[in-house]
Design a protein around this ligand. Structure first.
Ligand code: ADP
Ligand code: GLC
Length: 480
């Protein structure tokens, strides 16, 4: 099949979270299976500076209609691996920036324009380069207008640009909500600014467009597909999601085992596997050393790697301060984002610098070291569309402690509830229940044989993208 993806992040070129990993692994797995895959990505500064993009050739120069203006853009193309081409949508004014969505605290003010431009440029490229896609698959709000803009262009130009469109919701909490005045920039017919179209309480909602107008809609875990149809998790789009109930499926993300695999991970000081765990101890010692803690510590190390956003339940960890300060444990926290959460975590770490360390930055190598060197990985999310770190943790023999929501519930089994099959510990997304799970972690850690059995079962799980990619292939075929 000829498959076109469009997303605002793609590992290793631009990443703020799991979207980048998921799109890269999905595209890569489909390319490995022999499909012709293209991924469209904004030409951010970091991407253009990446060595892979050095040989990118300019393929097209576009003029994109935005309201009553025409804005130009360049399309550059490079191929990082067999069967895979990356199309960069370049326009300095919009994308020649360090960060993709905003500067620290605030989103960029022109985000509505930037991502309308992005989607329109994808459509124009499909048309002018005559790519003849079987499937156009877009991800999250930044690419959510693509299915609708594509059909509109087909109607206008009387051509077929894609046989089917697929839209994947990686996180329904981010919707791309903009003032009504921005609707004009889409050049869509006025009747689409309506309750059955992009209009949402007098604003424009991009994600709503993706849910309503794609031929198929997916979420990144089966449980999240059901959750988004409820008021508790739908973030106001539950009613919209319900209208597509028959066309929404949940396909679990996988783990890219070329990158996240302790047996080959070059970002670690030592490698290890189920059969040979010595390397994990070296990683543990290195982790303690790296954050300035004594290497002879024998109690449990709890690791956290997360965007600091309300979603991740960092405040639930902070609410368990007594546990962190009193129990015989160490905490290594890698994360940044919400300044209030950062400050509170920093204050906690300052109270007990020998026990708690916060590394408040983006650090890919450190994220691998925490996954490898910790004994437990803590992820008490309030909601979690899929979550990758709880899967990485199991692969790295680090027992995950997660809340029973979304993809976390689909990928972790509680070891107290299911002693024969458990791979982690689960709690409800509240401070008390997390505290209880942390206590259970101490008990588990004290029982070396049981801890090792839980660890080994996690490492034996197959989270590879083979399964996940087959799910998408079936979906595409069935849609076609
Ligand atoms: P989300 O996409 O909601 O942030 P996921 O669990 O799907 O959550 O993916 C998060 C990804 O981002 C993981 O690959 C994780 O290792 C990475 N990550 C998060 N924070 C950091 C950080 N501070 N430094 C490096 N990687 C990080
Ligand atoms: C989103 C979600 C996360 C998911 C990731 C990749 O960022 O928050 O749960 O794993 O997308 O699909």
């Amino acid at each position: 099949m000829k498959i076109v993806h469009a997303a605002s992040e793609l590992y290793p070129y631009m990443k703020t979270g799991g979207l980048a990993d998921a799109v890269a692994a999905m595209a890569g797995a489909l390319a490995d299976n022999g499909h012709e895959v293209s991924v469209f990505l904004p030409g951010y500064r970091a991407v253009l500076e990446h060595k892979d993009a050095a040989g990118a050739v300019r393929k097209l120069r576009l003029k994109i209609e935005m309201g009553d203006q025409f804005l130009s853009g360049d399309i550059r193309v490079f191929s990082p691996r067999k069967n895979l081409e990356v199309y960069l949508i370049c326009r300095e004014e919009f994308f020649d920036r360090r960060a993709p969505y905003g500067n620290g605290e605030r989103d960029f003010e022109d985000n509505s324009d930037r991502f309308v431009f992005f989607c329109k440029a994808v459509v124009e490229t499909l048309r002018l380069a005559d790519l003849q896609a079987d499937v156009v698959h877009s991800h999250d709000w930044q690419a959510a207008l693509l299915p609708l803009l594509l059909r509109e262009s087909e109607r206008r130009h009387r051509v077929t640009l894609a046989l089917k469109t697929v839209f994947t919701i990686h996180n329904i909490a981010y919707q791309g909500l903009f003032p009504a005045t921005t609707f004009a920039r889409t050049n869509l017919p006025d009747e689409l600014f309506h309750i059955d179209g992009l209009e949402y309480y007098s604003q424009v909602n991009y994600m709503k467009g993706g849910i309503l107008f794609a031929d198929r809609v997916t979420t990144v875990s089966p449980r999240y597909a059901r959750e988004i149809q409820t008021p508790e998790f739908g973030c106001g789009l539950d009613g919209v999601a319900q209208t597509r109930a028959d066309d929404i499926v949940g396909l679990l993300n996988g783990v890219d085992t070329a990158i996240w695999n302790p047996a080959v991970d070059t970002l670690l000081p030592a490698r290890y596997s189920r059969a040979e765990m010595k390397g994990k101890e070296i990683c543990r010692a290195e982790l303690l050393k790296r954050v300035g803690m004594a290497a002879n510590f024998t109690g449990p190390i709890f690791g956290i790697v997360a965007r600091f956003a309300d979603q991740k339940g960092i405040h639930l960890v902070l609410a368990n301060r007594d546990f962190l300060l009193v129990e015989n444990c160490r905490w290594v926290v890698l994360g940044s984002g919400d300044k209030r959460l950062e400050d509170e975590m920093r204050a906690l770490a300052a109270e007990a610098p020998d026990k708690v360390v916060l590394v408040a930055k983006l650090d890919e190598a450190m994220s691998h070291l925490i996954e490898a060197g910790s004994d437990f990985f803590v992820m008490p999310s309030l909601f979690e569309p899929c979550g990758l770190n709880q899967m990485y943790s199991q692969v790295y023999g680090t027992v995950p402690i997660v809340s029973r929501v979304g993809g976390l519930a689909d990928t972790v089994t509680d070891a107290d509830e299911f002693p024969g099959t458990g791979t982690g510990l689960m709690c409800e997304p509240n401070a008390g229940s997390l505290g209880d799970a942390l206590e259970r972690a101490l008990v588990l850690y004290a029982d070396k044989r049981r801890y090792s059995a839980v660890q080994q079962r996690g490492m034996a799980r197959d989270f590879s993208w083979k399964v996940a990619a087959a799910g998408y292939e079936n979906l595409y075929r069935e849609a076609l």
